[in-house]
Design a binder for this molecule. Structure first.
Ligand code: PRT
Ligand code: ZN
Length: 300
């Protein structure tokens, strides 16, 4: 077998909103990459993992066609592609592995300020501009609405002003683009964020082992993002109360303190951020010597 076949290929966005986050996440998993001159390929120096830098729209197809083993892109793109490809075949397409907690946005319907929207029926016989024709078609069909879908690949927000559409269906994050174009959001069709997808094709033992290891590391990186390690001293009698105040923890480690029977040291990993308010509540419950430390890596 060609040694390149043993390397894992991950498709990520070449240049856009997801690029830096995707590379950063993989680097946190221990991957070191060098970018080649053509910038379409990043060679993994310390692991048999290479990155293919492509347009985000191409990522689901590359994974479905088994050209790449994994891909990172927005759920909005994956869902649109899944509906488009699913319409043509029953094939499994790809496995949706997990959400990556960046690239958050929503696919929403919006209309000119002052336009009335009383549910999907308002869209009957209206023209709606979008580049997400399949998701919109699916939404309209589910709601028994017949409307004209007008395809635009970009600048969807200006179509109502140009008289080309009555409503639009586009991605929104802060809402400032809609506001700048005199539009208001009326309905959310999909909440999206970046996700990782995997080919349905069997990978063979060594490749699958490597993919599993990488996914486990990714999971660890995502888990520690908000996690904190908390250390404190507490009266033994207040342990139950203190444990109930620790956010997102399983059983904490309780250690004896030299020279005292009624006070103990408590160490715990909190899988949520620890705010000042939590520390103040712990102090009020009798805790002292409180320390909160960031967690760098975690392997469950
Ligand atoms: O060249 P390529 O095809 O790879 O890039 P692209 O231009 O298609 O994608 P890019 O980089 O703009 O977005 C990549 C992915 O980022 C999207 O598929 C989403 O999953 C995610 N994402 C998150 C967003 C946004 N937020 C977002 N705000 N994608 C686009 N937008 C656009 C939106 O289309 C609208 O024009 O930003 C504008 C609205 O932003 P607000 O903040 O004004 O509401
Ligand atoms: Zn794109």
């Amino acid at each position: 077998m060609d040694s390149s076949e043993q390397r894992i290929k991950i498709a990520i966005q070449k240049s856009g909103r997801l690029t830096d986050h995707s590379i950063d996440l993989l680097q946190r998993c221990g991957l070191k990459v060098t970018r080649s001159k053509d910038q379409l390929f990043c060679y993994g120096e310390n692991m048999p993992v290479d990155l293919l830098l492509v347009r985000d729209d191409d990522i689901p197809q590359l994974v479905a066609d088994d050209i790449c083993d994994l891909g990172i892109c927005g759920l909005n793109i994956v869902e649109e592609k899944r509906l488009k490809m699913g319409a043509k075949s029953d094939a499994g397409l790809f496995k949706q592995v997990f959400e990556l907690d960046f690239g958050h946005c929503r696919l929403s319907l919006a209309g000119p300020e002052g336009s009335e929207f009383k549910g999907p029926a308002t869209l009957q016989n209206k023209r709606i501009a979008t580049s997400y024709t399949s998701i919109l078609e699916d939404y309209l069909a589910t709601n028994n609405v017949s409307a004209e879908i007008v395809y635009f690949s970009g600048a969807v927000e200006i179509t109502p002003k140009l008289g080309k559409a009555d409503f639009i269906c586009d991605l929104v994050s802060t809402g400032s683009t809609l506001a700048a174009n005199g539009l208001v959001e009326v309905e959310t069709l999909l909440n999206s964020e970046a996700i990782i997808i995997q080919t349905q094709a069997p990978l063979g033992k060594s490749k699958q082992d490597l993919v599993d290891r990488l996914l486990q590391r990714l999971d660890g990186v995502l888990q520690v993002r908000e996690s904190k390690y908390i250390m404190l001293h507490a009266p033994r009698a207040a342990l139950a109360k203190i444990q109930s105040l620790l956010p997102g923890t399983e059983a904490p480690t309780v250690l004896p303190l030299e020279g005292t029977e009624d006070r103990v040291a408590v160490h715990a990993v909190c899988r949520e951020n620890v705010f000042w308010e939590t520390l103040e509540n712990l102090k009020a419950a009798g805790a002292s010597s409180l320390l909160v430390l960031p967690v760098e890596k975690m392997l469950a």
